[in-house]
Design a protein around this ligand. Structure first.
Ligand code: ADP
Length: 385
């Protein structure tokens, strides 16, 4: 009966596409390998089972000047034998024939009925092809974004040039002015989408680094607001400062361009997802409990976000289900916001009620001494064209 069960279990494990290895705690030998483990690693089961895990890993690495490792999980096994579980870790495996594979592996301790650790289990899956496709996709995205950005910069430059020339002339043609404004507004929208794609590829290729220096948070927020008032669709953007006293500046150590990008994204969304003529509040506060960080918020009275989707909108490409199809976007902005805030060791979240509006919060560590003053600015957008 027990034999039957064992055979059945073994047949099931052999059918799995993932490789499985069991390592014994007593002597470090591999006591079980399923068929997929042998196929993926390119080592017959007879040569895998019964061999010391450590020796196996070493024999290959010693044979080869490039430090090849067919079983690169020594550290993982030790961790599992110490009772730690690890999941979805990427590891490079070099097969005996020299082919390099990328594995997604997980490991856990095995315990007996008394709870003592008797071994470790490693489960792994070959993700080399997926990784290659992902790399090609990133390279493609990066190339396309660069190629699109160059002509777009030229279009925007010439449109601005014509605007400047028009401003110097009398008797302007209103249609021409409107057309030029539209070219610029639409080009800026396109530029934002391209920049989002570029940032995504930079993030995925670990090429996005922060350039932190001492800046004034208040001035930074004002700068963003002043630029965005031009593109707002009749909304007014108000800057609210709470709980601060004394002087003019709120100095903090951050990457100014990236903080402007974060605020741009949040305020642009507030503009995009709220009705014409409504008010958008941008605010910040430095509380007595946490004087080393600023709490920044962007509040709108727009379409809001369905409660069950609030945690999803920070994921790549996620767009909420209550959107009108005409609302443009890639669903990348908030993903980038979250990544950038996290890199500043901050936190971002949203509170929202569908049909009522949303408030996005960012906690931004400032870490340096600062001088602040209580102020409220009310920037009313100039009337539209
Ligand atoms: P995009 O705006 O390009 O779709 P984002 O990543 O900036 O992408 O936002 C993800 C989704 O979150 C949006 O598609 C929208 O559904 C929702 N969202 C973001 N900001 C707001 C907001 N201020 N009001 C309502 N929904 C929002």
């Amino acid at each position: 009966m027990i034999e039957n069960e064992r055979a059945r279990l073994s047949a099931i494990l052999d059918q799995l596409p993932e490789g499985i290895l069991l390592v014994e705690a007593s002597d470090g030998t591999i006591s079980y390998a399923n068929a997929s483990a042998a196929t993926i690693l390119g080592i017959p089961i007879e040569e895998l089972v019964g061999v010391s895990f450590h020796q196996h890993a070493q024999s290959h690495s010693l044979n080869d000047a490039q430090d090849r490792q067919t079983l690169p999980w020594n550290f993982v096994v030790i961790n599992a034998l110490l009772g730690r579980t690890a999941s979805s870790q990427e590891t490079v495996v070099v097969k005996p024939d020299g082919i390099r594979l990328i594995m997604l592996s997980s490991s856990a301790p095995l315990r007996n009925e008394k709870g003592f650790i008797t071994g470790a289990v490693i489960v792994f899956q070959d993700i080399t092809v997926q990784k290659m496709i992902e790399r090609q996709k990133n390279a493609f995205l990066s190339l396309v974004s660069h190629e699109l950005r160059t002509p777009l910069t030229a279009i925007m430059g010439f449109a601005e040039l014509l605007q400047v020339k028009d401003a110097q002339e009398e008797g302007l043609d209103p249609l021409r002015q409107r057309a030029l404004d539209q070219i610029l507004i639409q080009s800026e929208q396109l530029a934002r989408l391209i920049d989002e794609m570029l940032d995504l590829t930079r993030l995925e290729n670990a090429q996005l680094s922060l350039n932190c220096a001492l800046h004034d948070l208040h001035a930074t927020l004002r700068e963003v607001i002043e630029t965005l008032e031009i593109t707002a669709r009749g909304q007014s953007i108000r800057l609210e400062v709470k709980g601060l006293a004394a002087t003019e500046t709120v100095m903090g150590y951050f990457d100014k361009q990236r903080i402007m990008q974060i605020m741009n994204n949040l305020i642009n969304n507030a503009i995009k997802y709220s009705p014409n003529g409504s008010e958008i509040e941008v605010g910040y506060q430095i509380s007595a409990e946490n004087p080393d960080a600023a709490l920044i918020w962007v509040r709108d009275h727009g379409i809001g976000i369905p409660a069950n989707e609030c945690h999803l909108i920070f994921e790549r490409f996620h767009r909420a289900s209550n959107l009108d199809v005409s609302m443009s976007g890639l669903g990348l902005g908030l993903y980038l916001v979250k990544e950038l805030v996290t890199r500043h060791e901050g936190r971002v979240w949203v509170e929202s009620e569908e049909g009522e509006g949303s408030t996005f919060y960012v906690v931004l560590p400032l870490k340096k001494e600062r001088h602040v003053e209580r102020r409220t600015y009310n920037h009313k957008k100039p009337s539209k064209l």
